[in-house]
Design a protein around this ligand. Structure first.
Ligand SMILES: Cc1cc2nc3c(=O)[nH]c(=O)nc-3n(C[C@H](O)[C@H](O)[C@H](O)COP(=O)(O)O)c2cc1C
Ligand SMILES: [Mn+2]
Length: 525
């Protein structure tokens, strides 16, 4: 089931009883956040106990200062809605489809080839296609426009200003021509300029550096050391002093309010060379339709509600933040590139799609959980012993990963930690806890019981140094610090453990059956 645009998705949410229209006037400055925060946490602790966990998606139809606008928030804010966004009853369906594709072997004979045909036909459906026009360009404005024509939120009291929080940022790799879609928040500085918060390990930032490398070397490969110099000095995205940067610019397009599969694809930590348009096509089982931008050489989803076109200067950084982040703390101000908007196109009466981040659980937590489920089969390609993983929402995805493994050789838990730290954005994982396959990682109580029983901390905790998440406020330097792995598997004699390992306590079956039978007669319940 594919939704062609945000409006079809909103209609589906409505039919499923998952949408609440709010007619009372609300302010995009702080007030929408307070409402959405309460609804996100519904059903947890004493928050809105009568509401289903995660509450409904909210469509604000009377936004202060924006009489013609509507604001959608919390569209992904529960496991039910996250499933619906991808058109499945369970995320395992997506994981299984992915597994089938990864399982493709070289066909051994005619029959194998015939069996592969439906899959190949399916694959044709995933590739994006360019169409000649789309509703995202119903209105085109190349002058007298403002980013603040839309009800952009100020989320939290100490935020540096108003931020676009759910943008699909589209850039092109200058070497390969491949497009990337990443979700990077954008602080609004004024009518036509915003921040561009791609953290330095993200693909948008790499496209930007590719431009800088090329500009520094001036097209002369013999001068590639000039590019190395520029990389070392120009620390885009860190509080260290910058350096001389080459002049030049890079085009960027931003789509806001896309169909939910594409919005989700923009946060998926995909390998850099896999286009998110293709991932969205896979998730939707239907191609994403793209149109050419009006003023830049990029393509954008034809049905997006709003599109910003513009460029980023290679030699311009500006203070971005602070911003109340998904860590539950404000991320501090830092230097980031600046987007200059040259054109805005949008649908008639565009719906502004947004989110807030803050103390978990929030909407982005359910998006992260979906990534966890869908990526498990992919992780198994490099870590075949992986049984299950859990990234608890309070661990905010980069702080804690609990993994269970089928252990077959000494030291394997440490091998798994290193493998996780080498896997794309999992490199940021601050703490990895590795347990044996008999531990249910989805049960935090069981993990605490067994993992802590099973460790000798000095022996079983391993520290490494390396890249850490830009949002880590405790690391010794921005983006660089230490990480910890805990080997909580049972220790083997071949790992130098010579003491006996105790059995886990369980009652024998005979006694259990006896008590089952007598339970009523005992009169305890
Ligand atoms: C609501 C939300 C906001 C996000 N904001 C940012 C951001 O400001 N900067 C950033 O680098 N990543 C941000 N992320 C995470 C990226 O979208 C994510 O790492 C994604 O995989 C990046 O895509 P890329 O691998 O193509 O660079 C955000 C994620 C979500 C769900
Ligand atoms: Mn990407």
């Amino acid at each position: 089931m594919a939704y062609d645009d945000l409006r079809e998705w909103i209609a589906a949410l409505d039919r499923a009883g998952e949408l609440k229209r709010v007619h009372a006037e609300v302010d995009p400055i702080l007030e929408i956040t307070e409402i959405a925060d309460r609804v996100s946490k519904a059903g947890r602790g004493n928050h809105l106990p009568k509401m289903r966990p995660g509450g409904p998606a909210l469509l604000f139809q009377n936004v202060k200062g924006y009489p013609r606008s509507q604001v959608l928030i919390n569209q992904f804010g529960s496991p039910r809605r996250m499933n619906a966004a991808l058109g499945v009853d369970s995320l395992d369906e997506v994981a299984n489809r992915l597994r089938q594709f990864l399982d493709v072997k070289s066909p051994q004979g005619f029959l194998d080839k015939v069996k592969m045909l439906p899959m190949l036909a399916d694959m044709g459906k995933f590739f994006p296609k360019t169409v000649s026009n789309g509703p995202c360009q119903e209105i085109v404005k190349t002058e007298n426009f403002s980013v603040l024509d839309f009800p952009v939120l100020q989320c939290w009291p100490k935020d540096a200003g108003r931020f676009i929080t759910l943008p699909c940022v589209i850039t092109r790799d200058p070497r390969t021509g491949k497009r990337n879609v990443g979700m990077y928040r954008m602080q609004v500085y004024d009518a036509t300029t915003t921040g561009m918060h791609w953290q330095r390990q993200k693909v948008g930032a790499e496209h930007y550096r590719e431009r800088m490398r090329a500009a520094a070397a001036g097209g002369d490969p013999a001068r590639s050391s000039a590019a190395v110099d520029v990389m070392a000095r120009s620390s885009g995205g860190s509080r260290l002093p910058g350096g001389d940067r080459p002049a030049g610019k890079m085009e960027v397009a931003v789509a806001i309010g896309t169909d939910p599969a594409l919005t989700f694809a923009a946060i998926v930590p995909a390998p850099p060379d896999v286009e998110e348009f293709l991932i969205a096509g896979f998730l939707r089982e239907k191609p994403v339709e793209l149109v050419n931008c009006k003023t830049v050489d990029l393509e954008v989803p034809a049905t997006a509600e709003i599109v910003l076109e513009g460029y980023v200067n290679l030699d311009e950084l500006r203070t971005e933040g602070p911003f109340g982040d998904h860590t539950g703390f404000y991320s501090l101000e830092d230097e980031y590139p600046v987007l200059h908007v040259t054109c805005i196109t949008h649908r008639k009466d565009p719906i502004y799609s947004t989110t807030i981040v803050g103390k978990p659980p929030m909407e982005d937590g359910w998006m992260g959980k979906a990534v966890e489920r869908i990526f498990l089969p992919l992780m198994r390609l490099t870590i075949p012993e992986l049984v299950d993983i859990n990234l608890p929402v309070e661990g905010i995805f980069h702080n804690l990963m609990i993994v269970s493994i089928r252990k077959s050789y000494p030291g394997q838990a440490r091998k798994v930690m290193n493998a996780v730290w080498s896997l794309g954005q999992a490199m940021f994982t601050k703490c990895i806890v590795v347990v044996d396959e008999d531990v249910n990682v989805q049960d935090p109580g069981e993990v605490v019981l067994k993992a802590l029983n099973h460790i000798d901390p000095e022996r079983d905790i391993q520290f490494v140094l390396g890249p850490v998440d830009s949002l880590d406020h405790a690391s010794r330097l921005p983006d660089y610090g230490s990480k910890m792995g805990i080997d909580a598997t049972r220790k083997w004699p071949s790992e130098g453990f010579s003491r006996p390992w105790p059995d886990e306590i369980t009652m024998d079956a005979k006694t259990k059956a006896l008590v089952d039978k007598k339970w009523k007669e005992l009169g305890i319940e």
